[in-house]
Design a protein around this ligand. Structure first.
Ligand code: PGA
Length: 251
């Protein structure tokens, strides 16, 4: 059966010491609790190794927010999937709308990144979602279907089964404007149906699909109560341990 997951995406926030302190705070709050979800912290690259050694990574998983689309070599400033795995991190967020919009990441590039992440034993948390104009034009299902098809549907069912998906309507990210529980459920059910059509019902049923976009302590329980919403990818509200814990315990 699929897992519930609450993953924080710190984005470009927190110095190293602040990041370690936050990770320890979350880890201490999680320890000893019997939770209904896995917990993941998506930290900046340079925090990964320190955070992994500062916390119990069996209780709190650690994720990068990106990886290179190349194996290794003369790519100044890039960080490979193998390097991420060597820190003890087990996850990598890929395809975030900020990467797509500000750094020109296309479905073709993302396909390479997913392949390299899988080759190195990382679990991609793969983000998909439409911008406001696409939703207003009624194209949101087409956009999400094409993101799945172009970046992910060349993978085998076995490899696809290793992915976590995050539906993040871009108009809801960092805006305080959350998708309604009904909008989230409708899209998550569509994503699952699309996966079943490409692969099979078992692969679709086992896929964890997280919701992201202004998820916070006051709306998490309602969002997570939907049958096809298996957790959240949390930006702003993951920067504060109390808020993040309230979302984790919303399950
Ligand atoms: P937000 O970000 O929770 O701050 O809206 C979510 C995300 O971008 O993953």
């Amino acid at each position: 059966m699929r897992k519930n997951i609450v993953a924080g995406n710190w984005k470009m926030n927190k110095t190293l010491s602040e990041g370690i302190a936050l990770a320890k705070e979350v880890n201490a709050a999680v320890a000893g609790k019997s939770l209904k979800c896995d917990v993941v912290l998506g930290t900046p690259f340079i925090h990964l190794a320190s955070v992994c050694s500062a916390i119990d990574t069996t209780k709190t998983g650690v994720s990068a927010q990106n990886c290179a689309d190349k194996v290794s070599g003369a790519y100044t400033g890039e960080v490979s999937a193998a390097m991420i795995a060597s820190t003890g991190a087990k996850y990598v967020i890929l395809g975030h709308s900020e990467r797509r919009a500000y750094y020109g990441e296309t479905d073709a590039i993302l396909k390479e990144k997913v392949k390299l992440a899988l080759d190195n034993g990382l679990t991609p948390i793969f983000c998909i979602g439409e911008v406001l104009s696409e939703r207003e034009a009624g194209k949101h299902f087409d956009v999400v279907r094409s993101q799945l098809e172009n970046a992910l549907f060349d993978f085998s069912a076995a490899d696809f089964g290793k992915l976590v998906l995050a539906y993040e309507p871009v108009w809801a990210i960092g805006t305080g404007k959350t998708a309604t529980p009904g909008q989230a459920q409708e899209m998550h059910a569509f994503i699952r149906k699309t996966i079943a059509g490409k692969y099979n019902a078992e692969t679709a049923g086992n896929c964890s699909i997280l919701y992201g976009g202004s998820c916070n302590p006051s709306n998490a329980a309602q969002l997570f109560s939907n049958p096809d919403v298996d957790g959240g990818l949390i930006g702003g509200a993951s920067l504060n341990a109390d808020d993040f814990m309230q979302i984790i315990t919303a399950f």
